[in-house]
Write a protein that binds this ligand. Structure first.
Ligand SMILES: Nc1ncnc2c1ncn2[C@@H]1O[C@H](COP(=O)(O)OP(=O)(O)OP(=O)(O)O)[C@@H](O)[C@H]1O
Length: 559
């Protein structure tokens, strides 16, 4: 399958992750994507696999009918544990086959052969739970799941991470075999020593942009672009270069792998005349590597995001106690409102606050959409009147008063939800917890053990973003098993139920680890704990609080 990327741009919450990406991935080729951590590899891989859509630019793939009939792509993610969801290895692989409409009679043979290809015997592994396998075994199951469907494109994110050397070598053999069978493969990796020698095309990413794309030979001759992207050249390139500089290898010999370097050395065992070293002098590995960069390259700083970041920072840096008080006051006032005018005034105020927080529209829509649908339904329900309807629509009768009162109740609830949304969107975990502890601390005087409560609440709050992230990863994993483009918005009950089990397992195992960690640190609810965030009240917090109190007073009087 041939893939073309034209000027692709992608952002997370208004922060660009990829920009100006133009690439050509040829049918049956192996493309290696590298870059320092955070350069955008995983994001680009997901776009290439069709799991995400670019914000602008285009990605086209396939050229003829035969290809478009094949599954678009299979992807194996960086962390295999986020990809597995079924109760047995067999069911996990089978899910992808079903999604790709592989005829049922072929399933068993496909699963057997895919497991054999990754070195896992069918008899010993097919009935095991994927959650009880080692990290390396999980990765192999993921790869088996990806290749079982005979995809046109295989995308692998850090495929050798967590594999022992024999397993990594077996994976490299497998990758070469799949490429020889005509499969288009794209690999995102930090393991340049293993994958550069195999690459038909190398793509270097730096800060979300392609800084090199082309064949590997120029990099073997001059690894400058690798260093420019913050990477270190593979050992065989560095050793070959040092040997050439010291006259131990012919200048034209540019090894393309460790094996090639070794065979070059074997065919030229004697030092070249004119070398400053005595014949037979050995060169230590440390010597050969001296002068090369050896320390961890720093993560390149992100370009500042001018105004948006400044505004969001203003909200983020506001003391959480102001936000808690604001939320409490706002909620009391809104609950008291019964008339349309003050409610519209409150809507305008909260709308203005949401706008000033610069929360992306997409995010707001995603959050409010389910509430809007539910409240619309409740609104219509509250407006129904069978006895004395003011107007009718077919068999249904509606009362004007019910319509108005229902609308006001719905608006009140939406405003309460909007306040909570604004609060959580503009407050990170640690300040939120500390603010909460401050708010419930007075209850301690009544003999209530608030520390236990706040620990429980803070752990729960800590879990929420984690659960949402895991859920997103699992959804992606399901999509990577053959969800078609255009159908992504709808989830069937079966797919939702498939997500629940792995999510529960992940949450329970994380809860267990967290509880053990808390116990091992000798948790005692009577002892004062070190705050994870120091609450500091500044003048701007006083000003913000005064504004909140005044606005609440105005709304109270109006209502
Ligand atoms: N879900 C997300 N929300 C917000 N920002 C994100 C998200 N995922 C990635 N990013 C940001 O996008 C940029 C690219 O991330 P990506 O995961 O693609 O990098 P990577 O090169 O694969 O890194 P690594 O090698 O560490 O896996 C990073 O700056 C990262 O912080």
């Amino acid at each position: 399958m041939r893939i073309q990327l034209e000027n692709v741009f992608y952002q997370y919450d208004r922060k660009p992750a990829l920009h100006g990406i133009c690439l050509n991935i040829e049918q049956g080729s192996l493309t290696v994507l590298c870059g320092v951590t955070g350069s955008g590899k995983s994001t680009l891989l997901r776009l290439i696999a069709g799991l995400e859509q670019p914000d602008s630019g285009s990605i086209s793939c396939g050229e003829n009918d035969e290809e478009s009939a094949r599954p678009i792509a299979s992807m194996v993610f960086q962390q295999p544990e986020t990809q597995l969801f079924a109760s047995t290895v067999y069911k996990d692989i089978e899910y992808g086959l079903e999604q790709h409409r592989v005829p049922k009679p072929l399933w068993q043979e496909r699963v057997r052969s895919a497991l054999a290809q990754v070195g896992l015997p069918y008899e010993s592994y097919s009935r095991r739970s994927p959650f009880l396998l080692s990290g390396g075994e999980k990765r192999r199951v993921c790869i088996a799941g990806a290749i079982a469907a005979h995809p046109g494109l295989l995308v692998l994110d850090e495929p050798t991470a967590g594999l022992d050397p024999p397993a990594a070598a077996a994976l490299l053999d497998k990758v070469q075999q799949l490429r020889a069978d005509g499969l288009t493969i794209v690999i995102g990796t930090h393991d340049l020593d293993s994958f550069l020698p195999l690459a038909d095309q190398v793509v270097l990413l730096s800060q979300g942009a392609v800084c090199y794309s082309g064949s590997v030979d120029p990099l073997n001759a001059d690894p400058g672009p690798l260093y420019a992207a913050g990477l270190t050249a593979p050992a065989y390139i560095r050793i070959g270069r040092t040997l050439r500089e010291r006259g131990r290898l012919e200048p034209q010999h540019k090894p393309r792998s460790l094996d090639e370097l070794l065979s070059g050395l074997r065919s030229h065992p004697l030092p070249i005349p004119g070398s400053s070293r005595e014949p037979g002098t050995t060169i230590s590995a440390g010597h050969l590597l001296s002068g090369e960069k050896r320390q961890l390259p720093p993560i390149p700083p992100k370009a500042p995001e001018p105004e948006t970041a400044a505004r969001t920072d203003r909200w983020l840096s506001l003391d959480p106690r102001v936000k808690w008080l604001g939320m409490a006051l706002g909620s009391i006032v809104i609950l008291r409102m019964g008339a349309l005018l003050p409610l519209l005034l409150a809507t305008a105020m909260i709308g203005g606050l949401l706008l000033s927080a610069e929360i992306p529209w997409k995010r707001m829509l995603r959050f409010f959409r389910p509430f809007l649908v539910m409240f619309l339904f409740l609104w219509l329900l509250s407006a129904l009147s069978w006895d004395s309807p003011d107007f009718t629509l077919g068999p249904l009768g509606f009362s004007g008063e019910g319509f108005l009162q229902g609308g006001l109740a719905v608006l009140r609830f939406l405003l309460l939800i909007a306040i909570g949304f604004l609060f959580t969107e503009t407050t990170t975990g640690a300040p939120l917890r500390e603010g909460l502890e401050w708010a419930i601390a007075p209850l301690e005087r009544l003999g209530i053990r608030t520390r236990n409560w706040s620990l429980a609440i803070s752990i729960t709050l800590q879990f929420v973003p984690w659960i949402l992230e895991r859920l997103a990863q699992l959804q992606l994993a399901l999509r990577s098993r053959g969800r078609q483009k255009g159908r992504l918005a709808h989830w069937t009950p079966r797919q939702i139920s498939l997500l629940i089990v792995p999510l529960l397992i992940l949450v329970i195992s994380m809860g267990d680890e967290l509880a053990t960690a808390i116990d091992s640190r000798g948790y005692d609810p009577r002892k004062k704990r070190t705050p994870s965030y120091v609450l500091v009240w500044l003048t701007r917090d006083t000003i913000a609080l005064v504004c909140i109190v005044l606005s609440a007073a105005v709304l109270w009087v109006c209502s």
